[in-house]
Write a new protein. Structure first.
Length: 297
């Protein structure tokens, strides 16, 4: 029987643990605060930010939101970030990506105080992750690591293949899997758009993390029997629904479920974990900034 990895349930456990951390912080007189900054008119980005704000409210994190006009100058965005960096009631600062083309994304990431960089994208935090001394692990790969642990999927000594090498998913995912220590110690292969013969790389994989952004890219014929398949992809495809589209992953679910030992669904797999790990990083940040020990889930 293929095990369906329930991201909603694991994320609910993480949120409950985060709520306990919020109580610990409250006992020390601290209310954790997450600031989101949106410089975009993209409806999807607006939805992501409002979901993050709702998630905060649910666990007792103070949500602060700032809209920056999509036509404003980069300097205006940087001033907003500087102001949030300086606020004592703001422990995490997140700029929703993508930013408009006239703004240098890398400069934005560098501008955020690394102690408040709860996305984990600042070069200092990327460096610490690679060095095996992570401050804030990026939310999506960290969520995947938590899912694997929750379902007792052994990474130690496993052959893992990550499909995708983006800065937010593929690269940090590979870094986490390859690190020495719990949730790591996997022999990790990173595949990308220039990989030749992806099938041969997948043939022996015990763990596959699919993050290519291509609908139903991985099918059952590419997976070895009993493998754990984690589907990070969220792709909109046209469909005869009220919304005119449906969300599908990077994995052809039915065909892979016939072969895999365990699989994450889309939706209900990695997505809820990404959201929960942002809350985790925010209470971690508040604890660090006020020298309060929080018992992270
Ligand atoms: P991206 O477009 O930045 O990166 C995609 C990667 O896939 C690239 O590194 C590219 O080299 C690789 N790729 C493309 N074609 C390939 C091929 N034929 N073979 C092998 N590799 C190939 O995307 P991203 O930001 O990393 O996101 C990946 C997917 O995950 C998207 O569907 C995105 O929507 C989704 N996502 C989901 C969550 C979540 O919470 N579940 C979070 C972030 C991203």
């Amino acid at each position: 029987m293929t095990e369906v990895i329930d991201g909603e349930a694991v994320a609910a456990d993480v949120r409950a643990g985060v709520a306990d951390c919020v109580d610990t912080l409250a006992d020390a007189g601290v209310t954790p605060g997450l600031a989101t900054v949106l410089m975009s008119d993209d409806p999807a980005s607006e939805t992501y930010v409002s979901m993050k704000q709702r998630d905060c409210e649910e666990v007792g994190i103070e949500g602060i939101h700032v809209d920056v006009d999509a036509d404003a100058s980069a300097a205006t965005l940087f001033e907003t970030i500087d102001e949030l960096n300086g606020r004592d009631d703001v422990h995490g600062v997140l700029v929703q990506l993508p930013v408009p083309a006239h703004v240098d994304r890398r400069e934005v990431l560098r501008r955020i105080d690394p102690e408040k960089d709860v996305d984990g994208f600042h070069p200092e935090n990327v460096g610490r992750l690679v060095a095996g001394d992570a401050r804030y692990k990026p939310c999506t790969p960290h969520g995947v690591q938590k899912l694997l642990a929750a379902y007792d999927v052994e990474t130690d000594g496993a052959d893992a293949v990550v499909i995708g090498r983006s800065d937010i998913v593929g690269k940090p995912m590979a870094n986490l899997l390859v690190q020495k220590g719990p949730g790591g110690n996997a022999t990790t292969t990173v595949c990308h758009s220039h990989t030749s013969d992806l099938e041969s790389k997948l043939a022996d994989a015990d763990i596959v993390v699919a993050a290519a952004g291509i609908p139903e890219f991985v099918d059952g014929s590419m997976i070895t029997s009993g493998a754990t398949v984690i589907d990070v992809g969220i792709n909109r495809v046209d469909a005869d629904t009220d919304r005119g589209y449906e969300l599908v992953g990077d994995v052809a679910y039915d065909s892979v479920a016939d072969v895999a030992g365990a699989i994450t669904p889309v939706p209900g797999g990695v997505g809820p974990m990404t959201r929960a790990m942002l809350l985790y990083n925010t209470v971690k940040a508040a604890g660090r900034q006020h020298d309060v020990d929080v018992d992270l889930p």
